[in-house]
Design a protein around this ligand. Structure first.
Ligand SMILES: [Mn+2]
Length: 468
């Protein structure tokens, strides 16, 4: 797979821009997070799209957008029969289909090097465990295959290896043995070496970081203890009989809040009912994230990403993977709690308030109807939806504690045409003595309410010059 990844990397480098297409589940979002950051790293312009599945309608739309090169991650191998008209590389772990029209024709490009008749052959450049006799369900995930390509691009990108672990855990590749296996262990070694993952031996129940312990135990399907599993009273009693406080002050205690001695006692008590190997295993921590949050443990991180994908907001998960610990994370937490409403309502509010058009920009002022901490991300999600003009950046305004928060969002196409929102914000901050900053594609500032109109005029003027 290393060889395949090298070939994929050198093909990527030859392109001048590309589109990443990934699956909407945790593995797919992690894969896109790796691929997108890898392309950022080498300065490659790209766009990320997500798909529930690849069908002809989706592919035809993709072809119509005339991408120079497409990088499929966590999907593609099962669809090569409909990808002939695209120049693409594929990093995927799903079972490949025959792409040569039924009978095994000699591949035009590569991957017949195994000389094994049971191995599939393909016309496509694919990094996929099935081509090298490995198993796609346990040995490596879609994120893992994308990671191999990233690592081949630049060894420094091993710093992204934690996302390959999140993807693998998201696809439950640690289930069979209670720990990762196969190529995933090589990736784990990278991640531990780079300090982005810490593997520990612990209970592998879901919710170690964020669920009250009694809830964690109640829902621990691995256990099936009569009177505890699926029984919140019984679960609470279990801890109380051991003399373990369920609360500290006002707050429920999660597993990570317990003392080592308490954990030991609980494990021993559980072991009385169920063999320890059923509920103990390797747990993957992300030491760079805050303890007691969804991001601090791979399984909870993956669940957070799945929540985003489930609500057609994979792009929010992508932003979290790429390091957004502000708006995107806030929205992702909302989705995780099932508050899809927050996102859907926010989009509705923006539509009902109406998008105002100026010559070079568009804006929407939501007052206090949408929190200033999410308004920009929501506005950015309107691009491509037909609800706003894709040819102009959007500025979303919301009331904040210290004034009016203005969040600007653009698109790849606009950046290529010269848009730089961080520059807009920099000049605005200078003129209005506000606060702000950001990137070319997403930036924000806070100004006094009476300055809003002047801000918009200035932004319109600057953007007009940038796009001229
Ligand atoms: Mn997958």
């Amino acid at each position: 797979m290393k060889e395949l990844a090298k070939k994929a990397a050198s093909k990527l480098k030859q392109a001048s821009e590309m589109v990443i297409v990934s699956h909407i589940d945790a593995d797919g979002i992690s894969a896109a997070g790796i691929a997108s950051q890898a392309l950022d790293h080498i300065g490659m312009e790209h766009e990320v799209k997500f798909a529930k599945k690849l069908d002809e309608a989706y592919i035809n739309e993709l072809i119509a957008s005339k991408p120079e090169l497409v990088w499929f991650t966590d999907l593609g191998s099962g669809s090569t029969d409909i990808l002939q008209d695209l120049d693409c590389i594929i990093s995927d772990h799903h079972k490949p289909v025959e792409s040569t029209g039924g009978s095994k024709k000699k591949p035009k490009t590569l991957f017949d090097f195994t000389e094994d008749d049971d191995m599939p052959v393909s016309d496509f450049l694919q990094v996929n465990p099935h081509f090298v006799g490995l198993d796609g369900s346990n040995d490596i995930s879609g994120a893992g295959t994308a990671y191999l390509v990233a690592r081949a691009l630049d060894p420094e990108l091993r710093r992204l290896s934690h996302l390959a672990i999140v993807g693998a855990v998201g696809d439950m590749q640690d289930r069979e043995l209670g720990r990762l296996q196969g190529t995933n262990r090589d990736i784990l070694a990278d991640a531990e070496h780079f300090g982005v993952i810490e593997a520990i031996e612990d209970v592998n129940f879901f919710g170690r970081e964020t669920r009250p312990v009694w809830k964690m135990l109640q829902y621990a399907s691995e256990l099936e203890i009569n009177g505890v599993t699926d029984d919140y009273r019984g679960s609470m009693d279990f801890f109380m009989e051991l003399g373990i406080n369920l609360k500290r002050g006002e707050n429920w205690r999660a597993w990570v809040d317990l003392k080592e001695s308490e954990k030991k006692e609980i494990i021993e008590a559980l072991n009385y009912y169920v063999p320890a190997e059923n509920f103990m295993g390797e747990v993957y921590l992300l030491p760079q994230e805050k303890k007691g949050t969804e991001l601090h443990e791979a399984k909870e991180f993956a669940t957070l990403l799945n929540s985003c994908g489930r609500y057609d907001a994979a792009v929010i998960g992508l932003d979290v993977c790429k390091g957004d610990r502000g708006e995107a994370l806030d929205l992702a937490y909302g989705l995780r709690k099932g508050h899809r409403k927050q996102l859907v309502d926010s989009i509705k509010i923006m539509q009902s308030v109406g998008i105002s058009q100026m010559e070079y920009i568009q804006f929407v002022h939501v007052g206090d109807m949408i929190r200033d901490t999410i308004v920009g991300t929501v506005a950015g999600m309107l691009f491509g939806s037909g609800k706003i003009d894709d040819k102009k950046p959007i500025f979303a305004l919301a009331e904040a504690d210290d004034g009016i928060k203005i969040s600007g969002r653009g698109t790849r196409q606009l950046i290529e045409a010269g848009l730089d929102l961080s520059e807009v914000m920099r000049q605005a901050v200078e003129t209005f003595h506000g606060a702000g900053g950001g990137h070319n594609i997403a930036a924000g500032a806070t100004v006094a309410p009476e300055q809003v109109n002047d801000f918009l005029e200035l932004a319109n003027e600057i953007v007009g010059r940038q796009l001229a």
